[in-house]
Design a binder for this molecule. Structure first.
Ligand code: ZN
Length: 138
């Protein structure tokens, strides 16, 4: 069985943003040489997510509006966590959108369902953050 590990780095210039990282993950699979197996992709920060959904800009806007209703950034004083920081909402947004995804690798490709794409969700950006890619298989 083959093992592969790589850290990807992302720096979103705003507080919040979504990046389609499917191509980066496929590049890792190609580099690993794994044809049949599993890939785990997880955010290595507790204020960012990795999730699977549609690459559609209207939906991405809707996510942002929905998450802001559930856990508004302002006023930052509403959160007990915000003593010396201002990212309590980002922790909650991360909780909702999830930490990781696992995708099957079949014949060397991401074995996606219809319209599925992998996203990095940033909720406290403007700094360099990491995503782990772990691949096992043969
Ligand atoms: Zn925090």
């Amino acid at each position: 069985m083959k093992n592969y590990r790589k850290e990807l780095f992302f720096e979103v210039p705003s507080r919040r943003g979504l990046i389609n990282i499917s191509r980066d993950v496929q590049d890792c699979i190609n580099e690993s040489g794994v044809r049949e197996g599993l890939v785990l992709v997880n955010a290595m920060h507790i204020t960012a997510s990795v999730f699977i959904n549609d690459d559609e800009s209207g939906l991405h806007h809707d996510y942002d509006v929905w998450l802001e209703k559930l856990a508004p950034h302002e006023p930052v004083s509403q959160y007990r966590h915000n003593v010396g920081e201002d990212n309590a909402d980002a922790h909650m947004k991360r909780q909702i959108m999830g930490r990781e995804v696992v995708v099957a690798i079949t014949e060397g490709e991401l074995d996606f369902g219809t319209w599925e794409q992998i996203f990095y969700g940033e909720f406290d950006g403007r700094r360099r953050k990491r995503v782990l890619v772990k691949i096992i298989g043969e």
